[in-house]
Design a protein around this ligand. Structure first.
Ligand SMILES: [Zn+2]
Length: 180
């Protein structure tokens, strides 16, 4: 299996590590819990039709970084992830190709603890689904090598969004900053 040249850890694990967090960290997280301060308006959500979901999967597949093809066991697994993304985002919004001046809100599942956009996916090498942060999935599939290298150095938590809205899932709004 491909290994990152710069480090011995495989990039997929670096990107999607997780599962249970140590109890102490969980407690800390609770205290830091963000207020739900998203500008998202749930009532405004317009779902994609099946045809529109298929079209989005096709369009986004073309922009997937080769690393995604390397790490998903099959093209269907990648498609399944893209399908969940397409279903959790308004039909007029595009987190990869959309206008950077506008946030792309997530209307799918969120984590209970800290209200982060999340999907369930089977990670390569695993047999059952687990919860994965949407912005980490997006970065894994679509980020340029340069951005990806920076993001891999950040803590294995949901990425901070530079627009300040954690329910925004615009790829271009993922913060590359290492602190704050
Ligand atoms: Zn945003």
């Amino acid at each position: 299996m491909f290994q990152c040249r710069m480090c011995s850890e495989n990039p997929f694990n670096a990107m999607f590590a997780g599962g249970g967090k140590p109890e102490k960290e969980k407690e800390k997280k609770k205290k830091e819990r963000r207020k739900s301060s998203s500008r998202r308006d749930a009532a405004a959500f317009q779902a994609r039709s099946d045809e529109e979901v298929a079209a989005a999967i096709k369009r986004w597949s073309e922009y997937a970084h080769p690393r995604a093809n390397d790490f998903f066991a099959s093209p269907e697994q990648l498609e399944d992830v893209l399908r969940q993304l397409a279903k959790g985002i308004d039909k007029n919004d595009d987190p990869i190709l959309g206008d950077e001046g506008k946030c792309v809100y997530w209307y799918g599942d969120v984590t209970k603890e800290d209200l982060q956009a999340a999907i369930r996916m089977v990670k390569p090498g695993e047999s059952s689904e687990s919860v994965t942060y949407v912005n980490r999935v997006l970065a894994f599939i679509f980020a340029t090598d340069e951005s990806f290298d920076k993001l891999m150095k950040l803590p294995k938590e949901p990425f901070k969004m530079s627009c300040g809205d954690q329910l925004c899932v615009h790829l271009a709004h993922i913060s590359l900053a290492t602190a704050g």
